[in-house]
Design a protein around this ligand. Sequence first.
Ligand code: NAP
Length: 464
Amino acid sequence: MTAKTAPNEIAVLDKYTGESIAQVLESSKEDVERAITRAQQAFASYSKWPAHRRAKVLEAASLLLTQRREELALTLSREAGKAWKYSLIEVDRAAETFKFAAEEAKHLHGETIPLDASTAGEGRLGFYIRTPIGVVAAISPFNFPLNLVAHKVAPALAVGNSVVLKPATTTPLTAINLQNILRESGLPDGALEIVIGGGSTVGAWLVTDPRPAMVTFTGSPGVGTLITKMAGLKKITMELGNNGGVIIEPDSDWESAVDRCVMSAFANSGQICISLQRIYVHDSIAAPFIEKFLKAVSRLKVGNPTDKDCDVGPMISESEAVRAEAWVKEAVEAGAKVLAGGSRRGAVLEPTVIGGVKPDMKVVCDESFAPLVTITTYKDFEDALGQLADTIYGLQAGIYTRNIPKALRAIEKLDFGGVIINDTPIFRVDHMPYGGNKQSGIGREGVRFAAEEMTNLKMVVIRP
Ligand code: NAP
C-alpha cells in the first residue's frame, strides 16, 4: 500500500492505520542509470579491498543492527504490517546474516585441480580462484524488507561486489535504514545504491541495463519468469513462491507440533515463502489434532502489529486481503468448509482454517500468501507423500515422524530445496543453503551459497 503524492514522490503507509509515515522519491530512468554508474565506479576500488577490511564493515553493520533493534523493528512493523515480535526476530536475523557475511568475506576461496588426471595436463599446476562478479542488481519483495535485503546485499559486499537495490515499493524505508547503517559502518559511496519505484518501470530499467553482471531476485514466480526473459545473458538467482506443506504421522510428537503449525501458518499473516499452507494429518489423530489446532488459532491476537502481544497483523494491502478472501469463498463454493476465521476487515484477514479441500482448489495448489491454511486427512503415508509432492513449487516441505524409513522415503521422494523432518517448512537459519526447485526458483541463497553465486570462477593453469 503506497500512494502517489507529488509526481515523483511516493508516500509509504502504515499498513494497519493507513497513515502516511514517510515520503520517498521515485527514481527516474536517469536516476537508475546514474545509480548503476556510481555502483560501477565504486566496484573499481571496492572490489580491490582486502577481505579483512570488507569483513570489518559487515561486522560493524551487524553491531549497529543489534544496537538499533527496536527502532528498526518499529519501522518494519509499520511499513510491512509485521507483528512486533516477528519484526524483532527479523532484525536479529539480519544482524546474524551480516555476521555470517563478515565471516564469509574471510573464507571465500578456490581449490586446486589435479590437471595431471588427464595426460594432457601432465606437468601443469591448476587452481581456480573466485573473483567478484561486478554490479549486482537486487530486487526484493515486501515480506522481509530487512533480512531478504540482507541476504542479497551482505554476501554481495562480502565478496567485493557493488549492489544496486530496488526494494518493494510498499516497503522501502527499512532498505534505506540499512543503507545508512552500512555507510556509518564504513562502506564507500556507491557500493550500495538504492533505486525506488514500480517493478515494471524502475525494476525493468535495472534488469535490462546491460551493465549489471547479475540479477538476484526474490518475489513471485510470475515476475521472476518475466525477469529471466528481460535479463539476457546476466547471471540470475531467483527465490520464488511455494505452497508449503507438512505431513503429520501418528507416530510423531504431533501434540507438540500443533503450536508450531499454528505459528508456521500465521506468522507475518501467512506472507512468508515457507509459510505452512497445507497440512496432511493422519486419520487416526485427525480429530484431536484439529481440535487442538483450532483452539490454538482462537487464542491468536489479531490487530495492530505494533502492539507487543500481536500475533497477526494486516496483510500488505486491502486488495491482497480481498484476493485471499475470494479464494476462500471459491473453495467454499466448491465444497470446502471454513473451520475458523474467513472474515475480513480492511487489510486484516482473520486467521483462516479450511477443511474438506480438493487438490485443484486455489487454496491448495496455488500460493495463497495469506493467513490461511488447509487441513486434509489421509489414511496412507504414500498417498500423503504423493499429495505433498504434487505441486509446481519446490521450496521446502516438512514431515513429522519418528519412523526413520518413512523420513528417508520422504527425503528421496520430495523434489524440494529443503526437506525438514519433525518440523514444518518454515524452518530456516540464515547460513543454510536455501532456495527452490521447479517453479520455486533458480540458485541458492544462505550467505555462503549466495556469495558463491555472486562470484566468477577464474581458472589458472601454470606451465612451468
Ligand atoms: P512481487 O510482486 O513479485 O515483487 C517482488 C519485487 O519485484 C518488488 O520489488 C516488485 O516491485 C518487483 N517487480 C514487480 N514487477 C517487476 C518487473 N516487471 N520487473 C522487475 N521487478 C519487478 O512479489 P511480492 O508480492 O513483493 O512478494 C511475494 C512473493 O515473493 C511470493 O510469491 C513469495 O513466495 C515470494 N518470496 C519468495 C522468497 C524466497 O526466498 N523463495 C522469500 C520471500 C518472498 P513493486 O514493489 O513495485 O511491485
